[in-house]
Ligand binder design. Structure first.
Ligand code: NAD
Length: 316
């Protein structure tokens, strides 16, 4: 199969590209290498992490439909995994228009082209943030997600609505995966694991929001990519599926594991909750399990892998 991976220079996209090529698929990557975080990390994912891997790379913007159309015309793509997005929850509050343009209009472009070029399956990244401040835990796909609390979450919920329209009207198979806090090697510099590791190593104070009273279903990146393959191979009519680790972890425990791996205690600044953030995201993952997937990496191993990568990459 020839798979288009949008956001393929990103954290999840580069890990997925590797896995697809390893199993024999052809991959076409689209990414605009924007500077929301250090673009060098994106370049290095291509240059170092994916060294020796053969795939087509197109540098450009998913907001540009003509650019995308040329790729579809040339490449004869079978399926799409659409991961390109503005992904930071907090940054979205300062740049709501950008999130609307990239996440909503960019996705619209890809859905239109998926229909035009008769794509067999359209898998895209949704997010646990669509559950907003829902009180019922764990979060289940059948819960209402009508009350997002950030422009980012609203854009992801919108993607699910867009996909529904295209599945319904054009019979395009679509699956939205609601990712729960993804972490692992080559991870994003704006996310907790990276920020904490960096600060602890440099002897800087870490900001601990909601005074540490947070919990997450942290999900190791390999478990995310294996889940993407699970749904990519199934070509299901409209579906939305949670994908998260199988253990609810307290933020305090998460920090403890990082400290153990670095061999140094964190200096913590306890702060109130941030706007747009939520105290707990816990996933009900029975639906994806029924499709044959299971998470296999616990935070003890996953954080060990991350800290090892971080030290190697930054030569510490
Ligand atoms: N990492 C997580 O915990 C998490 C959780 C929930 C959802 N997601 C979603 O998963 C997807 C991948 O996230 P990630 O963590 O790998 O983030 P990432 O920022 O590392 O990857 C996204 C990639 O998309 C590219 N991109 C952004 N705007 C673009 C545009 N206009 N045109 C072309 N390329 C563009 C970026 O350059 C980047 O390489 C995103 O859709 C994100 O919203 C991630």
């Amino acid at each position: 199969m020839k798979i288009l991976v949008t956001g393929g220079a990103g954290f999840i996209g580069s890990n997925l590209t590797k896995k697809l090529i390893d199993r024999g698929d052809e991959v076409v990557v689209v990414d605009n290498f924007n500077d929301y975080y250090d673009p060098k990390l994106k370049e290095d994912r291509i240059k170092i992490f994916l060294k020796g891997y053969k795939f087509k790379l197109y540098r450009g913007d998913i907001r540009d439909q003509k650019f995308l159309d040329k790729i579809f015309k040339k490449e004869k793509i079978d399926k799409i995994v659409h991961l390109a997005a503005m992904a930071g929850v907090r940054y979205a509050l300062e740049h709501p228009n950008l999130y609307y343009e990239v996440n909503v209009l960019g996705t619209q472009n890809l859905l239109d082209l998926a229909v035009k070029y008769k794509i067999k399956n359209f898998v895209y990244a949704s997010s646990s943030s669509v559950y907003g401040n829902n009180k019922k835990l764990p979060f289940s796909e059948s819960d209402s997600v009508d009350n997002p609390i950030s422009p980012y979450a609203a854009s992801k919920k919108t993607n699910e609505l867009q996909a529904h329209v295209y599945s319904h009207v054009y019979k395009l198979p679509t699956t939205g995966l609601r990712f729960f806090t993804v972490y692992g090697p080559w991870g994003r510099p704006d996310m907790a694991l990276f920020l904490f590791t960096d600060a602890i190593i440099k002897g800087k104070t870490i900001n601990v929001y909601n005074r540490g009273k947070m919990s997450r279903n942290f999900t190791y990146v390999d478990d995310i990519t294996s889940g993407i393959l699970t749904v990519l191979d199934k070509n299901m009519a409209y579906q939305v599926v949670n994908i998260g680790g199988d253990k609810e972890e307290k933020l305090t425990r998460f920090i403890e594991v990082i400290e153990n791996n670095i061999g140094k205690k964190a200096m913590k600044k306890l702060l109130p909750m941030q706007p747009g953030d939520v105290p707990a995201t816990v996933a009900d993952i029975r639906k994806l399990r029924k499709l044959g997937w299971k998470p296999t990496t616990r935070i003890e191993k996953g954080i060990e892998n991350f800290v090892k990568w971080y030290k190697e990459y930054y030569k510490i």
